[in-house]
Write a protein that binds this ligand. Structure first.
Ligand SMILES: CC(C)(COP(=O)(O)OP(=O)(O)OC[C@H]1O[C@@H](n2cnc3c(N)ncnc32)[C@H](O)[C@@H]1OP(=O)(O)O)[C@@H](O)C(=O)NCCC(=O)NCCS
Length: 150
């Protein structure tokens, strides 16, 4: 039997603890809960969560920010146990659609040059590499800048 498509919805305050947990599971530099709460309340933020099953607890989340026609993907993180099941793709597709409805025309993101899963994900959605920042991250890793017209 094929798995049902991921369920994507807007994040709410009640999701904050789980999103903070997802940060810990997915990132070496997790955002603290206060920063997540700030983002959640920000009028120009789009925060989404995705679950493998409708009504289930969030297995992944994504955060975008937008202003005057431009957006940035700030975070996309998936529970390691829920990876390669289309959650990140579903989050980004929905997020980009919502941004389009907000009159956003272009979305940027930055990614570590050694993060192949994320780079493959972005390229599969049509993002193109438009820049390279040497030594951008605290540990000296370079960043790649990607862009997508939406
Ligand atoms: C990168 C990440 C978000 C991908 O999440 P995911 O839910 O597993 O991705 P999806 O299942 O939606 O995969 C979509 C596409 O991305 C690419 N992809 C995802 N994981 C990949 C991997 N490990 N290796 C190669 N390509 C990968 C593939 O093109 C995949 O399509 P396919 O499964 O049809 O081949 C996840 O690995 C993660 O949370 N990593 C840690 C946090 C992070 O690095 N975030 C991005 C920087 S902010």
């Amino acid at each position: 039997m094929t798995a049902p498509p991921p369920a994507v919805r807007s994040a709410h305050e009640a999701d904050l603890d789980r999103i903070a947990q997802l940060e810990e599971l997915a990132f070496v530099d997790p955002w603290p809960r206060e920063m997540l709460a700030y983002e959640l309340a920000h009028p120009h933020a789009v925060l989404l969560v995705a679950s493998r099953t409708e009504g289930g607890p969030p297995d992944a989340y994504a955060a975008f920010r937008h202003a005057v026609g431009e957006a940035e993907l700030l975070r996309v993180g998936v529970d390691p146990e829920a990876r390669r099941q289309g959650l990140a793709r579903a989050l980004l597709v929905e997020g980009l659609e919502r941004l389009r409805q907000l009159d956003v025309q272009v979305c940027f993101l930055e990614v570590r040059v050694d993060n192949k899963p994320a780079i493959d994900l972005y390229e599969s959605l049509g993002f193109c590499c438009t820049g390279h920042r040497k030594g951008y991250y605290r540990d000296g890793t370079d960043a790649l800048i990607f862009v997508l017209g939406i």
